[in-house]
Design a protein around this ligand. Structure first.
Ligand SMILES: Cc1cc2nc3c(=O)[nH]c(=O)nc-3n(C[C@H](O)[C@H](O)[C@H](O)COP(=O)(O)OP(=O)(O)OC[C@H]3O[C@@H](n4cnc5c(N)ncnc54)[C@H](O)[C@@H]3O)c2cc1C
Length: 407
């Protein structure tokens, strides 16, 4: 009988792990707290090893076809005038060959999953107990079930992580909050990633997408590392307060919040758990090793980690050996990817018009210390990024079927 696996979280890590587990013959259930897939977020990119994996899945062309059309990065002043431009083909540009909206990637991965993967929305794990050779799960809906293995792939704020590995210091707060949401495109918008540094301590982005809307991001420093649960309206109120008086397109972004239906907002934590598994339960993706968007590596790590975890489980009958091999192969790369350039993120934020001027004029010459850090922001320092060598795993029995599905 195939092993039954429960995965919590249906973003990148969960559906990716589900894909590879199903392809290797596991019986997979994925639960997601939201009532549907969360398709918000901005462009994300995939580095070499992750690209090899999507190529093996037969979905690389679909991903390339969804390129957002972003022309490059521009630092803009409060009048919207470009202070510095980094077109896609210029050194230092943050727009890469594979740039896809996070939501589009989620959909492509979920659609590549075979029908046998059971997706359940509006569900979370309330309690888990390991009893002998299974994990008994009680869900928030009141249902109960038992699985051979449970994978927490539910992100930086994973509540499942705390049921698996509960260490006091595993969340390292970076001192700042980020947000991502989608707003209407106006005639005055363009196809650049516009980066605005406000003297009020806010950094705002507007980025084009391929769906006729704009992807907004509002970022700010804050001492608040552990806010209480925020409803959608709480998130909007917090963002409006930060946007107040920030200049540039801040008022327009604040007004557009009224109709926004999903917002990713919160303090950014790097996750540094000393171990990723406990018995039959294991962490994956941001839940295990969130590097934060400041590294530009979250999605790449989720894709590679899913591939390694699923294939190690397929290659070992003993899950403890598989979990050990997963960490042995992947932890060093995940930890190296969490390294942030010196001064990040504080250096990027301004508390005066003078500092804004320094940042923007530094960007214009492209060489000052703060600008080097700015360029590294949201893409990482560049080093070690492509160093992961994919292990060679056995060809799955159903490869032909998988290829057909992807086509
Ligand atoms: C809506 C959204 C927008 C994002 N936008 C960006 C972006 O613009 N740029 C960027 O760099 N990164 C963004 N991220 C984060 C990025 O997706 C991850 O860093 C990376 O892809 C690793 O993905 P993950 O699957 O491990 O975690 P995540 O992408 O964080 O996904 C976790 C999933 O688990 C679900 N979940 C959470 N708690 C539970 C629970 N208790 N039970 C069941 N399900 C649960 C969440 O709803 C989510 O679908 C965004 C994430 C989300 C959810």
């Amino acid at each position: 009988m195939s092993r039954r696996v429960l995965i919590s979280g249906a973003s990148i890590s969960g559906p990716m792990t589900a894909y590879w587990l199903a392809r290797r013959g596991f019986d997979v259930t994925v639960i997601e707290r939201s009532d549907s897939l969360r398709l918000g977020g901005q462009n994300i990119d995939l580095t070499d090893a992750a690209r090899d994996i999507v190529r093996m899945m037969g979905i690389e062309d679909k991903i390339k076809a969804q390129h957002t059309g972003e022309k490059g990065l521009q630092f803009v002043d409060s009048d919207g005038k470009a202070a510095a431009s980094f077109p896609t083909d210029k050194k230092g540009s943050l727009t890469r060959e594979i740039e896809i909206l996070r939501g589009d990637l989620v959909e492509i991965i979920v659609n590549a999953n075979p029908d046998s993967v059971d997706y359940r929305f509006g569900e979370t794990i309330e309690e888990m107990t390991e009893t002998g050779n299974q994990v008994d799960v009680r869900f928030a809906s009141g249902k109960t079930d038992s699985f051979d293995l449970v994978i927490a792939a539910d992100g930086m704020n994973s509540s499942t992580r705390k049921m698996i590995v509960n260490e006091p210091d595993q969340e390292k707060y970076l001192g700042c909050w980020s947000s991502y949401f989608t707003i209407p495109r106006l005639e005055r918008d363009n196809d650049w990633w516009r980066w605005y540094t406000s003297p009020t301590g806010v950094i705002a982005f507007l980025r084009p997408d391929n769906q006729g809307t704009m992807r907004a991001s509002v970022n700010f420093l804050s001492d608040e590392s552990d806010p209480p649960h925020m409803s959608l309206e709480d998130k909007k109120d917090r963002l409006r307060a930060r946007l107040d008086g920030a200049g540039w397109e801040a008022d327009r972004i604040a007004d557009a919040l009224t109709d926004v239906e999903d917002i990713f907002l919160g303090p950014l934590h790097q996750i540094k758990a000393s171990r990723w598994s406990n018995g039959r339960m294991v962490l994956a993706g941001d839940a295990a090793h969130c590097p934060t968007p400041y590294t530009g590596m979250g999605t790449t790590l989720a894709v590679i980690g899913a591939y390694v975890l699923a294939n190690e489980l397929a290659e070992h009958d003993d899950h403890t050996k598989a979990f050990q091999a997963y960490e042995d192969r992947f932890r060093a790369f995940a930890e190296a990817s969490q390294k942030l350039p010196p001064g990040v993120p504080d250096l990027a934020y301004a508390n005066s018009k003078l500092k804004v001027k320094l940042i923007n004029s530094g960007a214009a010459i492209g060489a000052s210390g703060p600008v080097q850090s700015l360029i590294s922001l949201f893409t990482g320092s560049g080093k070690d990024k492509n160093d992961f060598t994919l292990p060679d795993y056995a060809e799955p029995a159903d490869k032909a079927a998988a290829d057909q599905r992807a086509a």
